[in-house]
Design a protein around this ligand. Structure first.
Ligand code: PLP
Length: 358
């Protein structure tokens, strides 16, 4: 068996020890005689899996009791609708920060439910940085931003200061890559398939006092209050995905938690950006202060070499390096589960390829 280094943006690599644990427990979870896939979501086995996953995530992110952890479905895309449906309350307006492809999607969906005000935008920079000039409203229900733009490779280095306004973040592609202070947020959410676990699961962490104000036509599965009351089991949740995410949380705790993970991520990203900046063949357009630690887009100066680059990379066991169709070029996603050796192997290949095509 040869495992590839998968640089895909999502579904992405999972930690090998997690996959091995899944394999070991697949047919008979802890002597239950069944696979987690076959268990009732209301039975004692799955209830314990869910509770443990929540406890471990609470430990990892130091989540206080006034925040609820929800395991939902529909991806981050469903949250683009759930956010205004739940949080507008008696207001009509919501502030959005435009920083690239995913915030654009959140804005387009938000407009179906809210009076969207673009409070800041980095579009004029070609989405190569976070916006510098902000015009926040005083009558908006919340401020929404995309903490890491997965396609443009732009990440907010700090949590933006929005005073006492309710801050909401799409953290789909950088959740669990570093510690952060959840108390600065009203709500954060993330599709699992980047840095948390398998596709089909969406994580939301919501301050409890913000739930319970969903508009009357909100589908119940998207209503945070209904899901809080049902402990994420208003209907059948993504049981197997929750189980695997729980194993990822345990792996993170074993690896030293998010402080240790952040140090590894800084190192991996630094090595790759340093090489790109010093190479004659590759470029990355993002302002240094806003470069994503998770998604590293780059271009070959000679774009005619793109297909050759991708084919040769694949032969070396380095896959899914093609950039998103919206921006072209290449992209290396280097989430928590990408080991340092994967990044080293990529840089070695890029060097060798550049030497041959200089
Ligand atoms: C992948 C991604 C999404 C879309 O997630 P789905 O789970 O496919 O709905 C939204 N926002 C960001 C930042 C992403 O990376």
């Amino acid at each position: 068996m040869k495992r590839m280094f998968n640089f895909g943006a999502g579904p992405a690599m999972l930690p090998l020890p997690v996959l091995q644990k899944v394999q070991e427990e697949l047919l008979d979870w802890h002597g239950s005689g069944t696979s987690v896939m076959e268990m009732s979501h209301r039975g004692k086995h799955f209830t314990s899996i869910l509770a443990e996953a929540k406890d471990d995530l609470r430990t990892l992110l130091v989540i206080p009791e006034n925040y609820e952890i929800l395991f939902l479905q529909g991806g981050a895309t469903a949250q683009f609708a759930a956010v205004p449906l739940n949080l507008l309350g008696d207001k009509e307006k919501a502030d959005y920060i435009l920083t690239g492809y995913w915030s654009k999607k959140a804005i387009a969906e938000g407009k179906r439910f809210a009076n969207v005000h673009i409070a800041a935008s980095s579009e004029s920079s070609g989405f190569t940085q976070a916006p510098l000039d902000w015009m926040l409203s005083d009558d908006a229900a919340y401020v929404h931003y995309t903490a890491n733009e997965t396609i443009h490779g732009v990440e907010f280095p700090e949590i933006p200061d929005v005073g006492d306004r309710t801050l909401v973040a799409d953290m789909s592609s950088n959740m669990l890559s570093r510690p952060f202070d959840i108390k600065k947020f009203g709500l954060v959410y993330a599709g699992a398939q980047k840095n948390i676990g398998p596709a089909g699961l969406t994580l939301a962490i919501v301050r409890k006092d913000l739930a319970g104000k969903a508009s009357a036509h909100t589908p119940t599965v998207l209503d945070y209050q209904a899901q809080i009351e049902a402990d994420s089991c208003y209907n059948t949740p993504a049981t197997f995905a929750i189980y695997v995410a729980g194993l990822v949380f345990k792996w993170l705790l074993q690896e030293g938690g998010l402080v240790a993970m952040e140090q590894k991520n800084i190192k991996k990203a630094q090595m790759l950006y340093d090489y790109i900046d010093n190479s004659s063949l590759y470029t990355n357009p993002v302002e240094k202060a806003f470069r994503s630690r998770m998604n590293v887009p780059f271009r070959l100066k000679n774009e005619n070499l793109n297909d050759l680059f991708l084919n040769e990379a694949k032969e070396k066991g380095l896959i899914e390096l093609k950039g998103h169709r919206a921006v072209g070029g290449m992209r290396a996603s280097i989430y928590n589960a990408m080991p340092l050796e994967g990044v080293v192997a990529l840089i070695d290949f890029m060097k060798e390829f550049a030497n041959r095509h200089a």
